[in-house]
Ligand binder design. Structure first.
Ligand code: C2E
Ligand code: CA
Ligand code: CA
Ligand code: CA
Length: 275
C-alpha cells in the first residue's frame, strides 16, 4: 500500500508538472496564433424574429490549431484573460469584425464580445475608434457585448467606459442576461441597447412554465426600458414560436445557423441546421 501510495504521489506530481508545461506551451502558442493565421473569427447569424431576415452576425473566435484541431473559446479565453493577452486578442477580433462588416453590401450589424480586461484597458476606446475610422464602418453597426459580471467590479470605471463607447456611437448589449449577479441595478445604471437572454432560459421556454415566465418578464422589462431583446441558443422551431408569442426581437441559434467562417466581401447563406 505504501508503494502504490508513493507511486500515486509521483504520478500526481508528474501530472502537475505536465499540466504546467502544457499550460506554458499553450500560452506561447496562443501568443503566436495571432500572427501565424491560426486564430480565426467565425460569425453566427442574428435573425429578426418577426421578418425572419438576417440582420447581422456575432463574431466568435476560434483557434484552428494544427495538432489540437478546432479549439473553442472556453478552452483559451480564460488563459488569455489570466495572461492579459486577451486585450491584444480582443482588439484583433474587433478589427477583424469591423473590417468584415465594412465589406458587406448591406447594413447588417456585427457584434463583438468584450472581456473584463478589455473593459479595464486604456487602449479599448482608441482601438475601437481606430478600427471604425480605418474601415469606414458606421459606428451604429458595431455592437459590443458585455456580461453583467463585468459590471460587478469597479463599476464606476466600467460605467465611464460604457458611456465613452456610447459617445462614439456604438451599441452596447448586456450578454448572458440572468446568469450573473444583480442585473437590475445595471439596467438602471446604464441604458443598454439590447439584452441577450441566456440560452439556459431559452432551452426550455417551449416546455417549462417557469422559463416562459422569466423570458416573458425580461422581454417586458426590456421593452419598458426601451431596450431590444435577443434570445440565444434557439435550436427548435417550438422555441422560436414561443419567442414570437412573447415578442422577442431577435434570435440566434443552431436553428438559424452555427458560427462559421465568412469569406470577406461576400455573405454566405447561413447553413441552416434542421433539428
Ligand atoms: P457567448 O458570447 O454567450 O456566445 C454564445 C455561445 O453559444 C457561442 O459559443 C455559440 O457558438 C454558442 N451557441 C450559439 N447558438 C447555439 C445553440 O443553438 N446551441 C448551443 N448549444 N450553443 C449555441 P462559443 O463560440 O463556443 O463561445 C463561447 C463563449 O466564449 C462566448 O459566449 C463568449 O463569452 C466567449 N467568446 C467567444 N468569442 C470571444 C471573443 O472574441 N472575445 C471574448 N472576450 N469572448 C469570446
Ligand atoms: Ca456574446
Ligand atoms: Ca451569451
Ligand atoms: Ca455565454
Amino acid at each position: 500500500a505504501k508503494e502504490s501510495g508513493r507511486n500515486r504521489i509521483t504520478h500526481f506530481e508528474n501530472g502537475m508538472y505536465a499540466a504546467a508545461e502544457e499550460r506554458r506551451r499553450l500560452e506561447h502558442e496562443l501568443i503566436e496564433s495571432l500572427g501565424n493565421g491560426q486564430m480565426k473569427v467565425y460569425y453566427q447569424p442574428v435573425i429578426n424574429l418577426k421578418t425572419q431576415d438576417e440582420v447581422g452576425y456575432e463574431a466568435l473566435v476560434r483557434w484552428e490549431h494544427p495538432e489540437l484541431g478546432l479549439v473553442m473559446p472556453d478552452k483559451f479565453i480564460p488563459l488569455a484573460e489570466e495572461t492579459g493577452l486577451i486585450v491584444q486578442l480582443g482588439e484583433w477580433v474587433i478589427r477583424n469584425a469591423v473590417d468584415e462588416a465594412a465589406s458587406w453590401s448591406n447594413q447588417h450589424m456585427v457584434a463583438v464580445n468584450l472581456s473584463p480586461a478589455q473593459m479595464r484597458s486604456a487602449n479599448l476606446i482608441p482601438s475601437v475608434v481606430n478600427a471604425l475610422a480605418s474601415s469606414g464602418l458606421d459606428p451604429a453597426r458595431l455592437e459590443l457585448e458585455i456580461t453583467e459580471n463585468i459590471l460587478m467590479h469597479d463599476s464606476d470605471s466600467n460605467l465611464r467606459t460604457l458611456h465613452s463607447l456610447r459617445a462614439i456611437g456604438v451599441r452596447v448589449s448586456l450578454d448572458d442576461f440572468g446568469t450573473g449577479y444583480s442585473s437590475l441595478n445595471y439596467l438602471r445604471a446604464f441604458p443598454f441597447d439590447k439584452i441577450k437572454i441566456d440560452r439556459c432560459f431559452v432551452s426550455d421556454v417551449d416546455s417549462r412554465d417557469e422559463s416562459r415566465a422569466i423570458v416573458r418578464s425580461v422581454i417586458d422589462l426590456a421593452r419598458s426600458l426601451g431596450m431590444q431583446t435577443t434570445a440565444e441558443g434557439v435550436e427548435r422551431e417550438s422555441q422560436a414560436q414561443q419567442l414570437i408569442t412573447e415578442g422577442c426581437d431577435q434570435v440566434q441559434g443552431y436553428l438559424y445557423g452555427k458560427a462559421a467562417p465568412l469569406k470577406s466581401g461576400q455573405l454566405q447563406p447561413s447553413d441552416r441546421v434542421i433539428v
